[in-house]
Design a protein around this ligand. Structure first.
Ligand code: NDP
Length: 265
């Protein structure tokens, strides 16, 4: 699949993996719809895409604002006459044990990581089904496959994505719709700094493993390749995270004991 002239809608395009995806698709001549809350950051990304002005549509939105999703999706679909690839990438984490986790923070995490993307998918899917083509890509995490301490709501949101989009793939088999889950390990972005504390505010503190993580540009390239190849799932992670996933599946008891010895994992 060539992405030349394809319409790609990326949420969370103002930073990190989403921003890197915008540049990777731009290099291939795609037409982009870039969304996130911060318009000025989206304008910066648009400029750095080095595409003709008309080929990048900046569509600021808060994916947690359920009341605005249908209108935003309408606007996105109408702008270029359809969406070929939807990338549900916007996400937020938290850094709080369950005993200190407020319901507000749990809801905030689920609204952004799960409900926002689910609503966008629901809004875009009918037009994809009508055209019998489209890719729905969801940026989950290796934490969609295993637990870690202090991130229970994030882990839950990513596990929810796994079940939801695996089901969607089954339901749309034969309809021309490609559904791909992406499970990155540590990637060098602002995700740790943007993690919420118990008051629901960013902790503003980086994490060494994230700082030393994969380059978002490499992650983006792997995602584009995955779409081209029609993959259903991509685990883009270093050996420690891959090993942990394997341990969790094969030896869950040992996995728990092993993880309890780890500083962060
Ligand atoms: P960043 O914090 O750098 O980027 C997060 C993006 O999501 C930003 O563009 C942010 O934009 C956007 N966003 C956050 N909340 C909202 C909202 N309510 N509405 C719209 N956009 C929102 O982190 P990453 O690039 O790392 O995160 C991208 C995805 O990758 C997330 O789903 C994350 O869970 C996942 N991931 C990341 C890993 C990593 O190690 N970095 C590992 C595994 C998964 P703005 O603030 O402008 O709204």
């Amino acid at each position: 699949m060539s992405f030349m002239n394809k319409v790609v809608w990326i949420t969370g395009a103002s930073s990190g993996i989403g921003e890197a995806l915008a540049y990777a698709f731009a290099k291939q001549g795609a037409r982009l719809i870039v969304s996130a809350r911060r318009k000025e950051e989206l304008d910066r990304v648009k400029k750095q895409c080095l595409l003709p002005d008309k080929d990048v549509f900046v569509l600021p939105m808060d994916v947690a604002d359920a009341s605005s999703i249908a209108n935003k999706a309408d606007e996105a679909i109408r702008h270029f006459g359809g969406v070929d690839v939807l990338i549900n990438n916007a996400g937020v984490s938290h850094w709080t044990k369950v005993k200190d986790l407020s319901m507000d923070v749990i809801r905030q995490i689920m609204e952004v990581n799960f409900f926002g993307g689910a609503a966008l998918t629901r809004a875009v899917l009918p037009s994809m089904l009508e055209r019998k083509q489209g890719s729905i890509v969801v940026i989950s995490s290796v934490l969609g496959k295993m637990p870690v301490r202090k991130q229970a709501a994030y882990v839950a949101s990513k596990h929810a994505l796994q079940g939801y989009y695996d089901t969607l793939r089954m339901e749309t088999a034969g309809d021309g719709i490609h559904v791909m889950l992406v499970c990155p390990g540590f990637v060098r972005t602002n995700v740790a700094k943007n993690s919420l504390n118990r008051e629901g505010k960013p902790i503003n503190q980086d994490n060494e493993r994230i700082q030393k993580g994969l380059d978002p540009a490499d992650v983006a390239d792997s995602i584009l390749k995955g779409i081209e190849q029609g993959k259903t799932e991509l685990i883009i992670a270093g050996k420690p995270e891959r090993t942990a996933i394997w341990l969790k599946r094969m030896f869950p008891g040992y996995f728990t004991r092993f993880m309890l010895k780890q500083k962060m994992l």
